[in-house]
Design a protein around this ligand. Structure first.
Ligand SMILES: [Cu+2]
Length: 161
């Protein structure tokens, strides 16, 4: 009788430990924890009414530099090469990268070099990974160093599967 009781006790304990680990895993937001280690920048966010699936979106940052981003193909598929075309009012921007990461799940971090094509046109290319969950929300950020400050433009879009 006593043996049975202790078996049940240890089973309950084990289930308890597993539940504790699972709940812990889901309640810690690893993504925002990871993002908090990035150097600080003050971002201007994309207008929430602008949808990169439909049109290009324009962000003008604090120093007057404008970035108009268009993503092709417009469906923004995963696992296919995407082209990020950026028009700016400045033609001599250098060493920029497009930093892309998902905000609702940790899906890795992608730093796409932005090429200056001339005529105020810039371009970055890259492929986003497939996702088991779907409905990923992404930030695509351009950082501009201004003296001691870092300014930036933050574009946002969603993808399905
Ligand atoms: Cu995902």
């Amino acid at each position: 009788m006593d043996k049975k009781k202790s078996i049940i006790k240890s089973a309950i304990l084990q289930v308890g430990i597993v539940l504790f680990l699972i709940i812990g895993y889901f309640s810690i937001d690893f993504n925002s924890l990871y993002q908090s280690f990035k150097p600080e920048a003050s971002f201007v966010n994309q207008d929430t009414n602008c949808d990169l699936h439909k049109t290009s979106c324009l962000i003008t940052i604090q120093d007057g530099t404008s970035f108009e981003l268009e993503v092709t193909p417009k469906e923004i598929p995963l696992m296919k090469e995407l082209t990020f075309t950026i028009k700016s009012n400045k033609k001599d921007l250098k060493d920029l990268t497009l930093n892309i990461y998902a905000t609702n799940m940790f899906m890795g971090e992608f730093d796409l070099p932005i090429k200056n094509l001339g005529n105020n046109l810039y371009e970055a290319k890259g492929t986003l990974p497939t996702c088991p969950m779907g409905n990923m929300q992404w930030n695509a950020e351009i950082r501009v160093e201004k003296g001691l400050e870092t300014l930036g433009a933050r574009f946002q879009f969603k993808t399905d599967k």
